[in-house]
Design a protein around this ligand. Structure first.
Ligand code: MRU
Length: 353
């Protein structure tokens, strides 16, 4: 059984699979308002960097739909009228750069079509294109990544960088899917991923649906499991990869990279080039702080004392020196550094022309 789509665009309306209640319930929520879409991103109805970008693009379509009756007359008027919805979407989550990448693509469409009355159709086409393209890119990432996996491998993943976090197929789980198709995967460890349990609720579910052997483990078991089972690769997605090759991903990824070095496992980040931010280095990546209740409460019940001081960073940054490979739709960056990252992005742009 294939994983259901995280995002559906149908009859000019957006539907998001409510990932907060998976895998127990499988329900779609309907959206026709960009501000409610921004709330849904913040509330984790939809999550995962590429899926957030796709959703933001559809959010801009909904914003343009609301305006179409009073259709602004110029490019400047379109920009002005769409600005509040754009701001709301941009402020939903700060770390996944795909969100800003998608909004900037929408800006360019408004720039090009603002004067000819075709903005709504052009934004709709763009959002559908970003969505469909993401699936194809993930299949390429998956195949490039799988070429690095030795036969009979145990691999380890964290959070959910699967079909549910993207347009489909997944980035890290795309690599695992392709490697499994090639007969190379003996087993996958999925870290449960506190506090939202994306590993337990989403990754385990996705891999089981595809018949890929997966074992769920708590994060604290990572070092023990790496010593006992000797995974060949730790394979994760990314929310933002900086010019110097440092990569932000779900909190706990940095721990895994350090533990992996000690145990001789290699570390792979799998992400489309829309996840790169060539303007900054790792230390400048903004790290989202999530609400305290995500830690003080578990399934609606208080589990920490009242008035606790809480630190709840949603992401961490793994330094490039701990990364063996970054895999994109254009290929593999081995032992990433600034020169290799910038060359890879430039080469990708040339190939896209
Ligand atoms: O907080 P989340 O669930 O949005 O975090 C998701 C991750 O960290 C993913 O690994 C990352 O966005 C890549 S998804 C292909």
């Amino acid at each position: 059984m294939a994983t259901p789509s995280a995002i559906i665009w149908s009859n000019n309306q957006l539907q998001l699979l409510d990932q907060r209640i998976l895998p127990v319930q499988c329900e779609y929520l309907h959206y026709d308002d960009p501000y409610i879409v921004a709330d849904a991103i913040r509330a984790m109805v939809v999550r995962g960097a590429p899926a957030i970008g796709i959703t933001a693009a559809y959010g801009m379509v909904l914003a343009a739909q609301q305006l179409i009756k009073s259709s602004p007359a110029s490019t400047a008027a379109w920009h002005l009228a769409l600005r509040p919805a754009r701001e709301a979407l941009a402020n939903s989550r700060p770390t996944a750069v795909n969100l800003f990448w998608a909004l900037e693509r929408c800006d360019r469409v408004i720039e090009e079509r603002g004067n000819d009355g075709k903005v709504l159709q052009a934004l709709t086409d763009l959002a559908i294109h970003i969505h469909a393209e993401d699936i194809q890119l993930n299949q390429r990432i998956g195949d490039f990544g799988a070429s690095l996996i030795p036969a009979d491998s145990i691999v380890y993943t964290h959070c959910n960088a699967g079909a549910l976090a993207t347009g489909g197929y997944g980035t890290a789980l795309g690599v695992i899917r392709s490697a499994h198709r090639d007969g190379k995967i003996r087993g996958v460890f999925a870290g449960e991923t506190r506090p939202w349990l994306q590993g337990a609720r989403l990754t385990s579910w996705e891999l089981m649906q595809d018949g890929i052997p997966v074992t769920l483990a708590i994060e604290g078991a990572a070092a023990h499991l790496m010593r006992e089972h000797k995974p060949s690769w730790i394979i994760v997605g990314a929310d933002r990869i900086a010019a110097n090759g440092d990569a932000a991903n779900k909190i706990g990824t940095y721990n895994l990279a350090i533990i992996a070095k000690h145990h001789g496992a290699k570390v792979m980040f799998a992400a489309p080039t829309s996840t790169f931010d060539a303007l900054i280095d790792g230390p400048q990546i903004p790290i989202e702080q999530r609400p305290a209740e995500e830690i003080t409460h578990s399934f609606g019940k208080r589990v920490a004392p009242e008035n606790m001081v809480i630190s709840n960073p949603a992401f961490d940054v793994t330094p490039a020196q701990l990364i063996d490979a970054i895999v994109t739709e254009h290929g593999i960056i081995h032992q990433p550094d600034r020169i290799k990252v910038l060359a890879h992005l430039a080469e990708g742009k040339r190939n896209n022309r």
